[in-house]
Design a protein around this ligand. Structure first.
Ligand code: FAD
Length: 305
């Protein structure tokens, strides 16, 4: 018999806290999907929801508009991603000030990928912030923002070693970051080994695991190649032969993600960041397994809609 997936935490353990990442929509259709997902996930009371910033600042206005709408129309706490790519310090600072003026107090500060795409050399803007740690310091100087940053359990592709990479994380913390969300990973041991190394270097901020529920395996494998995340052979095997069978892929995806998340929780993780890809169904189901529920009133309202 297959053992049921279940958390073995003490019944009185604090509930798992979650956050959801979205990307700004390009079309009206995508906007509808995003908002349907936000409304579906909102009653799970995430710690925050974040909105990404397109490569080279390409979504500057759309990111701002999405974050501002979340702040105005929901009770959620939005966080705006921001990168240093292709912009001077003054331009980036203007974006930060605009968020401050709109009441947005949480920024996810990133360097961003090279203009020509991941894998090409990164050339900072001549008057820009060179690295994420410089951006963190810049934001810190502009006001009392909560600042989250990235972390890479399998190291960032541009870092020579994991130790060097953790050194850069330490610089971001020294500059004022108070939380890191990891790049997605599929082997939980990779995360826990990384966490041990990070703690051994004296970094004590939350290192929140970033979970990518995989429904489109080919797309996820291509993301993984670009980001330096490894795709284990067992995962490949689970999706084998399902290229033309999206329904079964979805069921497998739910099982894989549930297994990963419940194992993290069993091993002591209390905060999880979901890369939603603007889709709510899988993430909602996993959160349900984690024990997150809408209140009775919210559930009744959802049924009425
Ligand atoms: P950094 O932390 O600055 O590090 C990147 C590399 O720069 C390091 O590997 C190292 O080689 C070098 N480096 C860093 N600091 C120093 C230093 N002090 N001295 C010398 N070299 C240094 N991208 C987007 O475009 N938009 C997003 O919204 C976005 N959101 C993300 C959210 C999360 C949770 C994660 C994990 C990634 C996200 N990314 C996003 C991707 C990210 O922008 C890329 O991975 C990018 O290549 C690196 O950005 P970073 O902030 O991690 O860089």
């Amino acid at each position: 018999m297959i053992a049921p997936v279940r958390a073995t935490r003490a019944p009185d353990a604090a509930p798992v806290r979650v956050s959801f990442e979205f990307f700004p929509p390009k079309t009206e259709e995508m906007e509808k999907t995003l908002w349907a997902s936000i409304h579906r996930l909102a009653p799970l009371h995430p710690e925050f929801v974040s909105v990404t910033y397109g490569a080279g600042g390409s979504t500057r206005e759309r990111t701002h508009a999405t974050v501002a709408r979340i702040a105005q129309e929901t009770d959620l706490h939005p966080a705006a991603h921001l990168t240093c790519v292709g912009a001077s310090r003054a331009e980036v600072d203007e974006v930060v000030k605009a968020y401050g003026a709109a009441g947005i107090r949480h920024i996810v500060a990133l360097r961003g990928d090279p203009m020509a795409g991941p894998g090409t050399p990164y050339v900072p803007h001549p008057e820009g912030y060179a690295h994420a740690c410089d951006l963190v310091a810049g934001i810190r100087a502009l006001g009392d923002f909560e600042i989250s940053v990235s972390a890479y359990p399998e190291k960032h592709p541009e870092s020579a070693s994991l130790d060097e990479d953790i050194g850069y994380l330490k610089e971001k913390v020294a500059a004022g970051a108070s939380r890191a969300m990891t790049q997605f990973f599929f082997e939980n041991d990779v995360y826990f080994r990384y966490l041990d190394k990070v703690r051994a270097k004296g970094i004590d901020i939350p290192i929140v695991p970033g979970i990518l529920p995989v429904t489109n395996f080919k797309q996820a494998a291509s993301f993984a190649t670009r980001t330096g995340a490894s795709v284990p052979a067992w995962l490949l095997k689970r999706f084998e032969g399902l290229d033309n069978d999206p329904e079964t892929r979805k069921l497998i995806a739910a099982a894989v993600a549930a297994e990963q998340v419940m194992d993290l929780v069993d091993r002591g993780v209390t905060e999880i960041h979901f890369y939603t890809l603007n889709r709510a169904d899988l993430v909602y189901a996993i959160c349900h397994l984690l024990g997150l529920r809408p209140t009775a009133g919210e559930a009744a309202q959802a049924v009425a809609v």
